[in-house]
Design a protein around this ligand. Sequence first.
Ligand code: HEM
Length: 477
Amino acid sequence: KRGLPPGPKPFPLIGNVTQLPTVRSWFTYTNWTRVYNSPVIYANALGQSLLIVNGLKDAEELLENRALITSDRPEIPLVHMIGWSKQTFILGYGDTWRKHRRILHKNMRHEVVPQCDALMSEKALRLLHNLAQTPEGFFRHCKIYAVSITLDLLYGYDIGPNGDPSFDLAERVLHRTNRALQPGVFAVNSFPMLKHLPRWFPGAGFHDFADEVKAAQAEMRDKPFDFAKTNYINGVGRPSFVGKWLQEEGTTEEQEDLLSNLALGIYGAAFETTAAALTSLFHVLVTHPEVQLKAQKEISRVIGEDRLPTLQDRAHLPYLEAVYREILRWRPPLPLNVPHRIMGEDSYKGYLIPSGTVIIANIWAMTHNESIYPEPEVFRPERFLNLDGSLNDDSRVFAYGFGRRICPGKHLASASFWLAMAQVLASFHVSPAKDASGKEIEVTKDHEYSDELISAPVEFECSIKPRRALEEVLGAE
Ligand code: HEM
């Protein structure tokens, strides 16, 4: 008879619901490995089985070697109510999801990403202009950079250098979606039967929240899709994935429904993740001047001062590559991954894993495991370098998730994040901002990050000043 994996002792009926963390869960879950002496921990919330996976080897075994049964997604009631049900990251493991992944693979695999280099360079240059003109708005500029690449690729739509109403709409929808996903905020996620409560019933305010977000989400999906479709039909405008897909897959109502939701899912998945990584870069630069200096020295030595780094230079800049890896290790944008769900009962290390168990791969625990990354809280790119300065073979970035569900946009994300990072470093010097009395405004290494599915630095101030080379390079544009 197999027992369940170790974990907190459940209470009758409610299970571990009162013991589950609701703030920065990844810290508590990481700590549970010590408390229960196990890299996999079992908990139960109102009858729903949860498996927290803190160990890297365990995540690989469960989510990769057993991907055939662990690639489903759990249903989160409020997320469905606000309209997210047909996008890749939310779809259950089945034919529609497979079709999405086939199209994603065709358009975003490693070999085809270089086709997007010119578009990314165009947007990166805009990012530099924005930073030079209004450095205090760097949080917004990072988001605009992330969105502008995605919107242009998907729909052939240019949001302009400073964003437009579609940017504000997407920001609003995604912010609320993140909130709808936060454990403990909406009771309907724990008690799905609550969704049948009438609107007038006390505590049923989630209905209004859901209606408002759903309408905005439909606008976020349909407006850019219709724009790309009209351009495709009339043979005008910039090339777009949507135009290409309509041509390849057809324009039946069913196909358009699939393609518009596929595109919306990519739009949603690319926005805050890429922006989180990029704003973390600024956090690193303002708190680690020695890292900034080393990266800038490498760029000057390899590329010189008279041009900006491009993606073709990437292989020749090992320290910069190590900074890229270290940012995604130190502050993974999705510390708890996106939950997977097991289809059917399984056993693992002699323990029973009940059918339908939600598997939470704690990326944070894996990238902060001190036996793999000594002093994990220290930001140290050298951990990815050999003594001679070349890159070591620790090249897998866990921040992109696992198995069949692994982020299909990871090559694009990697290229767009790296390019922005390299060009920002080549062009600016980032340091602490000063207050009105000239005193430095401190930003700490353990500066607060948002406590949501996608975790990004809470806004802070810093000084972003062009280096001499920037005036020359941008001046010539
Ligand atoms: C630094 C940026 C990014 C990070 C850290 C990131 C990370 C992730 C993670 C952890 C997952 C879940 C993997 C799993 O379930 O095991 C995921 C899924 C996904 N990502 Fe990304 N991502 C990033 C950028 C992007 C971009 C730029 C795109 C598209 C252009 C994208 C598209 C997607 C999609 C469509 C999924 C859902 C996959 C599925 O459920 O099958 N992501 N991403």
